[in-house]
Ligand binder design. Sequence first.
Ligand SMILES: [Zn+2]
Length: 235
Amino acid sequence: MLDTLLELQTRDTAIDRLRHRRDTLPERAALESVRTELSTAATQLAEVTAQREEVAREEQRFDDEARSLEDKAAEVERRMYSGEVSSPRELQALQADVEQLRRHRRGLEDRELEVMERRESFEPAVDALRARVSELESEAERLGAALADVEGEIDEELAGERAARDEVAATVDAGLLDDYERCRERARGIGAARLSGNTCQGCHLSIPSVEAERIRKSPPGTVAHCDNCGCILVP
Ligand SMILES: [Zn+2]
């Protein structure tokens, strides 16, 4: 019965190793790092795009205003040439209006041009960040798939080990199994270990030779624990 515990221990150790491997896969760390980079790049892209949009809105305002001034100038010109106005003084005043409206429009167009250049100065940064985001997205996708593959392999192995472990566990007395599990929790995964000479193979520390002798001479099935790590000692 105690030897069965060692078999159970072997299975549990294999399961613990697989779980540890699954928890510490380099693919996951790499994926997390790429995701962090991606989130930073996406934030930067959003910021630069927002700045560019703000400048683009300013550009549009100048454009709208310039158009509206040109419409007004054209309307005044239409009146001038419509024949509705015949007084030379009035016609002169209208001509002055047209010139004033067009001067104002040209001023706005100059400012619009400046704003357009400012808007265009954002483009290289926007393009570079877009490319970076897309590159990181592909990388994250690739790493995500690689991680899923490795996880899948480990999960398959784990399922096999767990089934084998359950088969062994089913043959162990319930009380002894509880004892073993409690020991495993206390001794970082070691519930049972071979007593070889005076040494516990669980913690690799020695117990007094009198104690080791007593354990070896006990009737078969007697449960004894290591003084050091507390695991069940199997003579
Ligand atoms: Zn020990």
